[in-house]
Structure formats: structure tokens, C-alpha cells
Design a binder for this molecule. Sequence first.
Ligand SMILES: [Fe+2]
Length: 228
Amino acid sequence: MRAVVALATAVVAAVAVTVFVQNDQGEASAGPVAANAPYQPNSDHDSGNAGHAASGRTDAAEGQAASGPQPVTEVDKTFLVAVRQAGLWEIPAGKLAQTRASSEQVKRAGLHLLDGHSKLDQLVREDARILGVDLPDEATPEQQEWVTNLENAKGAEFDRMFANVLRASHGKIFATIGEVRAATQNDLIRRHSRQANQTVLDHMEVLEDTGLVDGSTFADVEKAVQPK
Ligand SMILES: [Fe+2]
């Protein structure tokens, strides 16, 4: 009996190692996949904010191999570019908050930006590589100007500028993510939009928690996201 248990344990360990090695050599860079937990289409709906589940990523690749390449539309590509550029200005903004903000809530929001976009930026670069989408290495001129404005502010002025400029930009991209998620035919874009949605929602909430977001900022977002 003891020998049977030992053999079973060894087999499970061997399978786990095999899956890990396959994953390590493949596209996914996340951790090992549980050998006894095959991907279910809806099984990752409550996986939290930890990025793409490794199982989802692996099966997305397998699914595409089985059914042929999935379309990547211009909307999908533009979405990945927008996620990349969000990180390119929000990471510097989050860092600035740690030294220039006077509000502890603004510093906290900055930490959420740093953490969320560090993870999302890694994912967007992986997904863009898999899908053959070129990503920029610079934020937009408007985003660069926002960073410059934040660099030139401090204390209460910094706090208010940070909360409002970032809340406005998050509100606008939140609507875009919904449109992308609703219409894309690409599994990888679906998963990416899900992760981006969670990250942007978190950032809107911590920015609102500062208590510094003006009514005019919400009005600006409302105007921007109204159906054309
Ligand atoms: Fe963000």
C-alpha cells in the first residue's frame, strides 16, 4: 500500500513538472499549471486581480491552434496600444505621488497605479507579441504633458491635479474596455480586457477615495463617453 501511494505521488509530481516545463518554454510566463485542473471557459471568472490565469493562457493558445488564427481587429490593436501607453504615463505618475503628494490617499492611489500597471504592462507586452501587434515605447504627447504638469506641482495642488486628471482618463478608457470586450472575437483580447477592466476599476475607486475628484471631471467623462 505504501509503495502504491509513493508511486502515485511520484506520478503526480512528474506530471506537474512536465506541465511546468511546457509552460516555461511556451508563451506564458506565469507559474505552473495544476495538472489536474483543465481549463474551463468560465472557471477563471473569480480569479481575482492576479493577471491571466496560466491555465487560461495555455488553453487560449491551444484553442487557437485547433481552430486556426483568430481575427485581431484594428480596435483590438488600438486597445493594446492604449493599455501600453496607460502604463507609460501612470507608472511615472504613481512614482511622483510618493514624493510630491501631501495626501496619504493620493500616495495610496499612486501605489495602486504602480502595482496595477507594472503587472498589466507585462501582460500587454506578452499578448502583443503573441498577436503580432507593435507597441509604442512612449506615452502620447498629451499623457507626457500630464506627467510634466505633475512634476511641476506639489502638495495640495499636486493632489487635486493627480486625482482629477487620472480619474478623467480612467473613466474614458473604462468605457473603451467595455466596447472592446463586448465585440472582440479574439480569446486573448477577451482575457486582456477582463484584466484591464479590473485594474482600471481599482484605479477609479482609489482615486475617488481621495475625495478630491471634482464634479466637472465626471461631467467631462460623461461628455466623452456619450454614444456618437
Ligand atoms: Fe490605471
